[in-house]
Design a protein around this ligand. Structure first.
Ligand code: MG
Length: 278
């Protein structure tokens, strides 16, 4: 496994959707790997992934869980379908996350992450306590394997998320900061949010986006190629450097169009290289 440079550009990619060869062809040595809800997590598949990542000299720093039935069409749909919040799928998704932690251990990956869903701000909402219990359960499982657990940001304002992290009271709990999500969900200026959440920062996505249209309540903003949105990527990278963050800068691009996605991942990596001299 190579030693990564501070702020080395990497890519957020998906097992099954992205081949390691295609990721390595972007010229990166690191990234984060997502597993969809139906991706096999057997011992044999862990061995196969380990060999494939080694062959392409790719270091995975985080495994991301996603779950069957999640949809990101607009804010009410996210609230109803994403993460640990929907009651009908809660237990199965927590168990899937624990299995993902075991899978990560087989791959030698020391951090696990997911969107836990919209955490209700109201502490008296039973769903708030349920998510808190679930997060602690995942943290304790990960902790026994020497892993951290990172919550993807965006669905809560930074101050609210920070309070939640304090309340959960687990030393291996932190965040995967996605600056675009703060914009897409309209939850706050990303760089101010980063500074507030910096003590709990485990990993980052480098993604860009445009604010939601205020005339369309419940609509999400639009994700765009890195550097073309409202994040201010040079300022974001400068803030990461200034606050002493040294982990990889993982470009994430969510468009379904494969050729556009790879083109934009490549240009994102190139933008980050120009900003970091890497
Ligand atoms: Mg993200």
């Amino acid at each position: 496994m190579p030693n990564l440079n501070p702020l080395e550009p990497g890519v957020m990619f998906w097992a099954g959707r992205d081949e390691p060869a295609a990721i390595a062809a972007l010229g990166v040595r690191c990234g984060q790997m997502g597993l969809a809800g139906d991706t096999p997590m057997t011992e044999a598949s862990a061995e196969a992934w380990r060999a494939a990542l080694d062959r392409h000299n790719l270091t995975v720093v985080t495994l991301f869980a996603a779950y069957d039935g999640e949809r990101y069409d607009d804010i009410p749909t996210v609230q109803a379908t994403v993460g640990f919040v929907p009651p009908a799928t809660r237990e199965a998704r927590v168990r899937r996350t624990l299995a993902l932690s075991d899978f990560a251990a087989r791959l030698g990956v020391a951090s696990v992450a997911c969107h836990v869903g919209f955490i209700p701000a109201d502490l008296s909402d039973p769903a708030h306590q349920r998510v808190l219990d679930d997060v602690r359960r995942v943290c304790d499982h990960c902790g026994a394997l020497g892993q951290s657990f990172a919550l993807e940001t965006g669905q809560e304002p930074a101050a609210e998320l920070l309070e939640f992290l304090h309340r959960a009271s687990r030393p291996n709990l932190g965040i995967n900061f996605d600056p675009a999500n703060m914009i897409l969900y309209g939850t706050g200026e990303p760089i101010a949010a980063l500074r507030l959440l910096r003590p709990r920062l485990l990993s980052v996505h480098c993604k860009d986006g445009l604010w939601p249209d205020p005339a369309q309540p419940g609509a999400l903003g639009r994700e765009v190629p890195l550097g073309e949105g409202a994040v201010g990527i040079p300022d974001f990278v400068a803030a990461l450097r200034e606050t002493g963050f040294t982990g990889p800068l993982n470009v994430e691009r969510e468009t379904e169009d494969r050729s556009a996605r790879y083109r934009d991942l490549a240009s994102g990596v190139s933008l980050l290289r120009s900003l970091t001299n890497r």
